[in-house]
Design a protein around this ligand. Structure first.
Ligand SMILES: NC(=O)c1ccc[n+]([C@@H]2O[C@H](COP(=O)([O-])OP(=O)(O)OC[C@H]3O[C@@H](n4cnc5c(N)ncnc54)[C@H](OP(=O)(O)O)[C@@H]3O)[C@@H](O)[C@H]2O)c1
Length: 300
C-alpha cells in the first residue's frame, strides 16, 4: 500500500486497549501499531522515530494516540510528543487514556444540554458532585464542569483527604478550583445530594452508589449522569439508554443520563477526533478541550 494512514498508539500500560484499536480502524486508519509499557521519557525518541521516517506526504498520514489509564500522565505525554516535533516533520496527537477524556466530554456536554433544554440555564454556578471523582473519568469530568463555571466536588470513597489530594493535583495542573468530599461513610452521599444540582457517577464499574431513597431526598437535583454500563446501574432508576428521561424518584424534576446514551456521544467524539487527525492538513493536538468542543457540537 502506498502512503498508508498509520496510527502509532503509545501506552504506559501493559496492553493497549482493544477498544482504542477498534476505534482507530473505525476512523479509517490503515494500520494501528501498539507500543506498551512506554515511559514519559521514551515519548521524545519514539515521536522523532515516527516523524523522520516518512516522506512529506507520509508524515501527513501519520498520527499518534496516547492511551493508558492515567489522565495526567497522558497529558504530559501529549506535551512531550509535541515538544519532540521538528516542523515540517510534525504529526497530530490525540490523548484519551481509558476513554476518560471522550467519556467526560460526553457526560458534561449532555448535562449542559439538558440543563439548557429544561430551564434555559447551564452549568454556571451549579453545585456539582462527581462520584468516583479521583479516577481518570472523574478528574476530567470535574475539570470540564469547573471550566463551565460549576462549583465542583470530587467525591472519594476513601475519604476527604484523598478527594482533596486529587482535586489539588487538578487545580495545580489545570488552574481550576475543584474541592474534595468524602463519600464512603454510610449516608454521606445522601447528605451531599440533598444540596447538589448535578451528580455525575464516574465510579468503578458495577457499583451502585445512589439508591432511590437517596434520590428522593435530592430536592435540588436537575441532572443525574451515570457512566457505569455494568449492572447494577450506578444511580438507581437511570436506564442505560436514558437520554434526558425524567427521573420518577425526583418527582420528574431531574433528568437521567445513562451509560449507553453517554457512550453513544463518547463514541462519536472519539472517532470524530481521530477523523479530524486523519483528514487534517496541519498537525492537531487534541485533548479534553477539543473533545469537549466536539461533544458540545454533537449534542447541541
Ligand atoms: N459510558 C461510557 O461510554 C464509558 C466509557 C468509559 C468509562 N466508563 C465508565 O466510567 C466509570 C469511570 O471510569 P474510570 O476508568 O475512571 O473508573 P475507575 O478508575 O475504575 O474508578 C474510578 C473511581 O471509582 C472509585 N471506586 C473504586 N471502588 C469503589 C467502590 N467500591 N465504591 C465507590 N467508588 C469506588 C475509585 O475512587 P475512590 O477510591 O477515591 O473512591 C476510583 O478512582 C466506570 O464505571 C467505567 O466503566 C463509561
Amino acid at each position: 500500500m502506498k502512503d498508508p494512514y498509520l496510527l502509532h498508539v503509545f501506552s504506559p500500560t501493559k496492553y493497549v486497549s482493544p477498544f482504542d484499536i477498534n476505534m482507530a480502524y473505525e476512523a479509517k486508519y490503515d494500520a494501528v501499531i501498539p507500543y506498551c509499557n512506554v515511559t514519559l521519557d521514551e515519548i521524545h525518541p519514539l515521536t522523532q522515530d515516527t516523524i523522520f521516517s516518512r516522506s512529506p506526504v507520509g508524515v501527513k498520514r501519520t498520527g499518534i494516540f496516547i492511551g493508558g489509564r492515567d489522565f495526567h500522565l497522558a497529558i504530559d505525554m501529549l506535551n512531550a510528543a509535541r515538544q519532540a516535533m521538528v516542523p515540517p516533520f510534525e504529526v497530530s496527537v490525540l490523548a484519551d487514556p481509558s476513554g476518560a477524556i471522550t467519556t467526560a466530554a460526553a457526560m458534561v456536554a449532555l448535562a449542559e444540554h439538558w440543563l439548557k433544554k429544561t430551564d434555559g440555564s447551564d452549568l454556571r454556578g451549579r453545585r456539582v458532585h462527581v462520584l468516583g471523582g479521583t479516577g481518570p473519568v472523574g478528574n476530567c469530568v470535574g475539570l470540564l464542569a469547573a471550566s463551565c463555571g460549576a462549583e465542583v466536588y470530587l467525591v472519594s470513597n476513601r475519604g476527604e483527604r484523598e478527594a482533596q489530594a486529587s482535586a489539588d493535583i487538578c487545580n495545580a495542573r489545570y488552574g481550576c478550583e475543584l474541592r474534595g468530599a468524602a463519600g464512603g461513610a454510610p449516608g454521606a452521599i445522601a447528605k451531599m445530594l440533598e444540596d447538589t444540582e448535578v451528580v455525575f457517577n464516574a465510579a468503578k464499574a458495577g457499583v451502585r452508589l445512589v439508591d432511590a431513597a437517596t434520590l428522593r431526598g435530592a430536592r435540588r437535583l436537575r441532572v443525574a449522569a451515570d457512566a457505569n454500563a455494568v449492572p447494577p446501574s450506578g444511580i438507581e432508576g437511570v436506564g442505560a439508554k436514558d437520554n434526558g428521561v425524567a427521573l420518577e424518584t425526583t418527582g420528574g424534576v431531574a433528568r437521567g443520563l445513562g451509560a449507553l446514551a453517554i457512550g453513544d456521544v463518547k463514541y462519536r467524539v472519539h472517532t470524530g477526533l481521530l477523523s479530524q487527525m486523519h483528514d487534517a492538513s496541519r498537525p492537531l493536538y487534541l485533548a479534553h478541550e477539543e473533545a469537549f468542543a466536539l461533544a458540545r457540537s454533537i449534542v447541541g
